[in-house]
Design a protein around this ligand. Sequence first.
Ligand code: 13P
Length: 248
Amino acid sequence: MPKIVIAGNWKMYKTQSEAKAFFSEFPNHLKDTASQAAITDQQILICVPYTNLALLQTVVPAICPNLNIGAQNVHWAENGAFTGEISAPMLVELGIKYVIIGHSERRQFFGETDETVNKRLKAAQAHGLTPILCVGESKQQRDANETESWIFSQLAADLVEVDQNNLIIAYEPIWAIGTGDTCASSEANRVIGLIRGKLANRDITIQYGGSVKADNIDEIMAQPEIDGVLVGGASLDPAGFARIVNYR
Ligand code: 13P
């Protein structure tokens, strides 16, 4: 059975003081059952800007012991002349376990390609990090009936020599990100089922991401193929994200 993983992606939001304010409020909204469940069959994490990683690794365990802090990208080299990048050993030293790789915003605005995504995935795994690989189609691709072929080509290229025993995949249709235009949960379920059919390991956690909110989480999580969510905007609000974590 795939593990349920409920993840936030703060993107480029929250200074350190804003991050501290979030965590001083967030646990007050958690149901006991949800925090207990996190110990066993459900993982909760929030992927934060690099500047918040060290601070939150120090502060969060005492406040919210079952919540992991993750990063939003990682370089493939151990170190080197790569201005602006962060290496896997730098994340591992902080005790980070999860890292988003290949988010559509990286692919769209920062020249990320399937080749660099694949290199980042392999480097993350080589250092014991669990990557969250993001795939998904644009509006034009969906309208041209290219959703399946596009996602299959992303998976084929991104997963070359990648260990499917230490991997999370997030299906994030680009047109549903930050738009309020959530993919119908039945359609997300269908595409995630197709993604699973392409994997050697059918037990990989596959999340849905794109305008997930407190008011659609129950319906999304009721879908049989969907093993969790990757939440952008709604993860910035402590009460809203706690409601998502408390979906059951
Ligand atoms: P929103 O939840 O803001 O649509 O963002 C989704 C996303 O990109 C998560 O990685």
